[in-house]
Design a protein around this ligand. Structure first.
Ligand code: ZN
Length: 438
């Protein structure tokens, strides 16, 4: 058994009541007794991977022909026309499918940024909470929002925006109903206006105040493209980070998706404010958005994690593949010695946990939640490999054999305990067809 990301547990992991009670180095005998064991001698065991940014509903609009091969703004404008017809049944199926896809790729904690609340889907977060409960993983569901429609200079059509008092009232309601803040929490809520180009300044500011009052995290997209910089200059006379600062968002409860187009002063500001960055390499490559300055952000003091981004800009939800893409992309900017398999796996585990302000997950060590991703190395792609951790990343691991969340096996022999992938694909693909032809 091989365990990566800084832990020395090659001799075994002892678990009791969903918590890791002991890690055993190779050749050592456990101090505790046990009554049940699983043989993982030819497997790589990782802490459950943590995805920090996604849009589950976008699994319904992967590879839409009219949106292909476009940069962010025209891509969004094309898809808004379809997304405005999203309904509760579609969102439930999309959440289940994206969640299962992520879990099969090694994720035990998944964050979603849901910001589309068309008429009839006002209770979108409730729909997602129910779907996540069936999957059994941990989730941070962010109550997103859009309030700046085309008529007021924003990017989204008016059909998908909501009034600010409605957004704030629902944000408070879902925090009160669903947010858990104890160690081992399964469901957490964060607040997440979509982006500077789809929300008003008043809503950005009021959301930060509400997050402070309710003690929850803040999330949004920032510095994804140069178009966004130009939009902020035009709309606010400010660069995106200056705007964010004026809205009261430079706090250690904030994590930002993408974080590509910052200058060196901005990177220092972000580090000093202890901001988290969710690095989304596949999406950034697919949309041609740019390369995140990962090591500069980390050196400045930022928390740094990994994410797949939405399935219409990835177009997958595979965390272990995202780790591979991160390594390959980041080596275009930094030296191979800086960007190792351990580096990028660390971003997907402990780094991502720090974005979500969780110190109970992301590591294999005593006292942490027993969230584990187990990959077998007896596939064609790994044959002949020396270093098992590097093999997982550079030979291109794709799916786990087993997945444990809080001491429970949710996936065994690459199948979820309660979901049949084939049935889910059938339901989801029919709903995707319906949405795309709306
Ligand atoms: Zn996104």
């Amino acid at each position: 058994m091989f365990t990566g990301t800084g832990s020395d547990a090659n001799g075994g992991i002892l678990i009791n009541n969903g918590i890791i009670v002991e890690t055993v180095s190779s050749g050592h005998t456990p101090a505790h007794e046990w009554d049940e064991s699983v043989d993982l001698s030819n497997a790589v065991v990782l802490p459950g991977l943590i995805n920090t940014h996604h849009h589950f509903y976008q699994t319904l609009t992967r590879c839409v022909p009219q949106a292909l091969n476009k940069p962010l703004f025209p891509w969004l404008k094309t898809l808004y026309q379809i997304w405005q017809f999203l309904d509760a049944e579609m969102l439930a199926a999309a959440t289940e499918l994206a969640g299962l896809e992520l879990m099969l790729s090694g994720a035990t904690t998944i964050a979603d940024h849901h910001y589309v609340f068309p008429k009839g889907l006002e209770n979108a977060i409730d729909v997602q909470v129910e779907a996540i409960g069936k999957l059994g993983c941990r989730a941070v569901l962010t109550r997103g929002s859009m309030s700046l429609g085309e008529d007021s200079g924003g990017l989204p059509p008016n059909a998908v925006i909501q009034a600010e008092d409605v957004i704030l009232a629902d944000s408070e309601r879902v925090i009160d109903e669903f947010h858990e803040d104890q160690s081992g929490a399964k469901i957490q809520i964060a607040l997440a206006p979509c982006s500077p180009f789809s929300v008003t300044r008043e809503l950005m500011t009021a959301t930060a105040e509400l997050a402070e009052r309710k003690n929850v995290l803040l999330h949004t997209h920032l510095a994804e493209t140069e178009d966004e910089n130009a939009f902020c200059q035009r709309q606010f006379g400010l660069r995106p980070l200056e705007y964010l600062e004026q809205c009261g968002w430079l706090t250690n409860r904030t994590w930002l998706a993408h974080g590509i187009h910052f200058d060196s002063d901005e990177i220092s500001t972000l580090g000093a404010a202890d901001i988290g960055i969710a690095h989304c390499p596949t999406s950034n490559m697919l949309l041609g958005s740019g390369i995140c300055p990962s090591m500069d952000l980390i050196d400045a003091g930022c928390r740094f994690g990994l994410a797949v981004d939405g399935s219409a800009s990835n177009d997958g939800s595979n965390m272990i593949q995202e780790v591979r893409h991160s390594l390959l992309q980041q080596r275009l900017r930094y030296a191979p010695q800086q960007i190792t398999a351990e580096t990028v796996l660390g971003w997907a585990c402990k780094g991502s946990a720090s974005l979500l302000r969780r110190d109970d997950i992301g590591e294999i060590s005593a006292g942490k939640q027993a969230d584990l991703a187990i990959f077998n190395l007896d596939e064609l792609r790994f044959s002949g490999a020396g270093d098992p951790i590097a093999a997982l990343v550079t030979c291109g691991a794709h799916a786990v054999d087993r997945l444990m969340v809080g001491g429970e096996w949710l996936i065994e022999s690459a199948e979820h305990r309660d979901f049949i992938a084939r049935d889910l694909i059938q339901k989801h693909s029919q709903l995707a067809k319906k949405l795309q032809s709306s």
